[in-house]
Design a protein around this ligand. Structure first.
Ligand code: AVJ
Length: 322
């Protein structure tokens, strides 16, 4: 974990252990069992995700970075000067760096990230690269309504940056709810800049979530490692397998942890029985056509004003306004 410069204060609203325990209990009582994908992102999980981004099969990050490299000038011009840039799920900040390099006199950078270590690392790096940009990090779950810090200089517009196709982790209802929160947060003159992964050959999509080096498998299983450590569950890591399949009807990767035998798992004083081959849902990664996504945005009261693509049209970055 990195130390922050003296003038940057972390607003820490990281959920308590009791909340996590509650989420796990509710998820294991559900039928079928499920755990929310945000539980992936402890310190190790964030590192493993960074390693996934470097796997040859995981095209998303490479495509999005190539897109940003090619179009940041145009994107920055569309956003305009004096932007207050709010980023949800800030991660490692490579794309943010490109954006901040091109934006004219940004008023503030407000990263909102659930992983405290990833947040501190990225702000430490970015504040060195952009000492003139005020940074107001918030450690929080962005699916909950946030009251974000205001900037000291008044912005021309607030832009919510949501890269990485993280929106794809949410089923349509929840994705709409999150975009409604963004719409409220950004205000009348605001905008959303969002990374959206596109539908393509299912074999390519499926390979991205089943890399040969097994990093994604380790990432998925790390959720159980984390829960065993943090909330005292006793998941047997040798008896769960990573499974990721593309569901063409739903247009999404469905990642599950599959119990390889009949077994009991203890959570506090509760016991949860897993059958042999029982699948517990841990992540959706939705893929969209342009029409799919425009409709989703529309349901949240947003309109797609610009779409940028990488050269191979694998990925898109979309600019949404009211
Ligand atoms: C960071 C949420 C976009 O769903 O593709 C990568 C996370 N999961 N491999 C995705 C992830 C498995 C990733 N997002």
């Amino acid at each position: 974990m990195s130390a922050l410069p003296n003038d940057i204060r972390l607003d820490d609203r990281h959920p308590a252990v009791a909340d996590t325990l509650d989420v796990v209990r509710r998820g294991l009582r559900a039928k079928p069992k499920r755990l929310p994908s945000r539980l992936f992102y402890d310190e190790r999980g964030s590192q493993l995700f960074e390693a996934i981004c470097e796997q040859p099969e995981y095209y998303l990050t490479r495509a999005e970075i190539a897109l940003m490299r090619e179009h940041t000038g145009d994107i920055a011009a569309t956003l305009g000067p004096d932007v207050r840039l709010v980023e949800y799920g800030s991660g490692s900040g490579i794309k943010t760096r490109l954006l901040l390099e091109h934006l004219a006199t940004p008023v503030a950078y407000v990263p909102v990230e659930i992983s405290r270590s990833a947040l501190l690392d990225s702000v430490a790096t970015l504040s060195t690269a952009f000492p003139q940009v005020p940074m107001q990090p918030v450690c929080a779950d962005f699916t909950q309504p946030l009251r974000l810090p205001v900037a000291t200089r008044s912005p021309r517009r607030t832009v919510i940056y949501f890269p990485g196709s993280t929106i794809g982790n949410f089923v349509a209802r929840d994705a709409v709810a999150i975009m409604q929160l963004m719409r409220a947060e950004m205000g009348d003159n605001g905008a959303v800049l969002i990374g959206v992964d596109l539908k393509k050959d299912p074999a390519l999509i499926e390979a991205a979530y089943n890399d040969a080096a097994g990093i994604t498998r380790e990432f998925t299983l790390n959720m159980l490692v984390r829960l065993n450590r943090e909330v005292g569950t006793d998941f047997d890591l040798s008896a769960f397998a990573h499974r990721a399949h593309y569901n063409p009807m739903a247009g999404r990767i469905e990642t599950t942890l599959v119990s390889t035998r009949q077994q009991d798992v203890h959570v506090g004083n509760e016991v949860f029985a897993f059958g042999e081959d029982e699948a517990m849902q841990v992540e959706y990664s939705c893929k969209y056509s342009l029409e799919d996504f425009a409709e989703l945005a529309h349901k949240a009261g947003l309109r797609v004003e610009h779409v940028w693509f990488d050269a191979e049209k694998q990925f898109s970055v979309q600019y949404l306004v009211r």
